[in-house]
Structures are given as structure tokens and as C-alpha cells.
Ligand binder design. Structure first.
Ligand code: ZN
Length: 260
């Protein structure tokens, strides 16, 4: 998706001035050294567990509901997963945990890399920062070869999400865990392959490069491909004060899936 398409889509969304201003503000802020950003936003009101920063604010960039850590760029969903993992919820049942991280986010990558002895691979179809080029619908690895697969905010971009889930099932070890996050709005998943116009996708599916918007039936979709699914929410392990201080989104859900 090129910048011109993004600009046109933002224009059609009616939020062009907000997004342009937000983009410029973020661009300027994140060119500053991390120590400057930490000083600029230093305060007691909020806390980012990912970079251990005490902050005056989690500024909203690009979308009013996206609360960014000004120091490490974590979003609410990253802080949610980070806190979850810090509470020893990782399936560390073997010495060399084999991890596959799809569309790697910096905050989560650093967390995985900090696990002693972890055998870590990141994959992405487009992101050059990933270690291997990978299509989640055709994962070029043998069956049962990963103990943990982490895939956040990817499936809503994938045309054939069932095929991707089948591939995750194939490469996941029998005792392994697949961890998924997707944006969920409403009860029923809505998709329409005939909708290819970015502005129309943004209107119907929430983002110009989304091919569907998932509903609460996401659990059934994943279960239909041979997984037992446990749904984790921030309030399941974080106190109300943690939710407020870390600006977690109580609507976020982490789906922890095992082969059924
Ligand atoms: Zn941070």
C-alpha cells in the first residue's frame, strides 16, 4: 500500500487533517533520541511495562484510540501481551523453546529474545526486518516444528485465513501454543472478497488493507480448524489500576490455542 493510496483513503475517511497532523507529530517525536522522548513525557500518571518508563501521557497517534508509548512505541495490545507473558504464562516446557513470530513487533521480539535458549524465528511477507520471508498460507517449515507461534493483527489482512490457521496447526508441536490477536467488532465476522477498494475496505472493515472484520465468532473460526481456544482479557490478570496506568484496552483479547 503506497503513501498516495493512504492519503486518498485518509481523505475519504473524513479524518485527513487529524491523520496528517498526527503523522507529522509522530514522525518528529520518533526521530528524537529515546532518552529525550523519555524526558519529554516523564511523569507519574502512567507506566509502560515494556520499557519500564514512568510517563505523563500515552499520546494518540494516527487513530484517536491508539495510545502509543512515546519511548518504546508500544501500543495497548503490546503492553497487554507483555504483562501476560511476564506472569509466566509462556509455555516454557522445554529448554530450547522454538518460537515463530509472525509480523514481528519490536516490543514482543525483544521479549522472546530474552528467553534463555529460545530458538527464535520471525517471518513476514513484506516486512524486511523479519528474519525470513513467509506467507502464512504456505509456511515453508516441516510439521510440529514450533512450540510457540505468535501472530497478532495479521489474519484480518489475509485473504484465506482458514488456510493460514491450517498451516499454523501443521507446524505447531502437539503441546505447543498458538497465540492470536485480531481486532474484533460485533458478533459476526464480515467479509466480502469483492470489496477491493481501499477506502471501501476502510469503511467496511476498519482499515484500508483489512479484508474482513472479525466478530465474536472468531473463536468458532479458529476452533473449526482443530484448536481448543482460551480467551484472555486484560482484566483476567491485570488490576483496574494496572489497566489505567498502562492504558490497556479492556476490549483486547489474546486467544491462546492448543491442538484439540
Ligand atoms: Zn514503552
Amino acid at each position: 500500500m503506497n503513501n498516495f493510496t493512504r492519503l486518498i483513503t485518509a481523505y475519504h475517511s473524513g479524518y485527513l487533517p487529524y491523520r496528517l497532523f498526527s503523522y507529522l507529530k509522530a514522525k518528529i517525536l520518533f526521530t528524537l533520541p529515546g532518552t529525550w522522548r523519555a524526558r519529554l513525557y516523564s511523569g507519574d500518571e502512567y507506566y509502560c511495562p515494556v520499557c519500564d518508563s514512568h510517563l505523563s501521557n500515552f499520546p494518540p497517534f494516527f487513530r484517536p484510540y491508539h495510545r502509543w508509548c512515546p519511548v518504546c512505541k508500544s501500543l495497548a495490545r503490546h503492553r497487554f501481551v507483555w504483562t501476560f507473558f511476564q506472569q509466566a504464562k509462556l509455555p516454557i516446557h522445554r529448554k530450547n523453546l522454538r518460537i515463530l513470530h509472525i509480523a514481528p513487533e519490536d516490543a514482543i521480539r525483544n521479549l522472546f529474545l530474552s528467553i534463555p535458549g529460545a530458538d527464535y524465528i520471525s517471518g513476514d511477507l513484506y516486512n524486511k526486518n523479519a528474519m525470513v520471508k513467509m506467507d502464512v498460507c504456505a509456511i515453508n517449515y516441516p510439521e510440529n516444528c514450533f512450540d510457540l507461534i505468535f501472530c497478532s493483527h495479521v489474519l484480518e489482512h489475509v485473504d484465506d485465513d482458514r488456510q493460514a490457521l491450517q498451516e499454523f496447526h501443521r507446524v505447531l508441536s502437539p503441546e505447543g501454543q498458538l497465540m492470536l490477536m485480531v481486532p474484533i467488532i460485533g458478533e459476526i465476522t464480515i467479509q466480502d472478497p469483492s470489496v477491493t477498494n481501499p477506502a471501501e475496505r476502510e469503511r467496511l472493515f476498519g482499515q484500508l488493507d483489512h479484508v474482513r472484520v472479525y466478530g465474536n465468532d472468531f473463536v468458532d473460526i479458529v476452533a473449526g480448524e482443530g484448536f481448543e481456544v482460551e480467551t484472555i482479557r486484560p482484566n483476567d490478570f491485570a488490576t483496574d489500576e494496572d489497566v489505567r496506568r498502562q492504558q490497556l484496552d479492556v476490549q483486547d483479547r489474546l486467544f491462546v490455542c492448543k491442538k484439540s
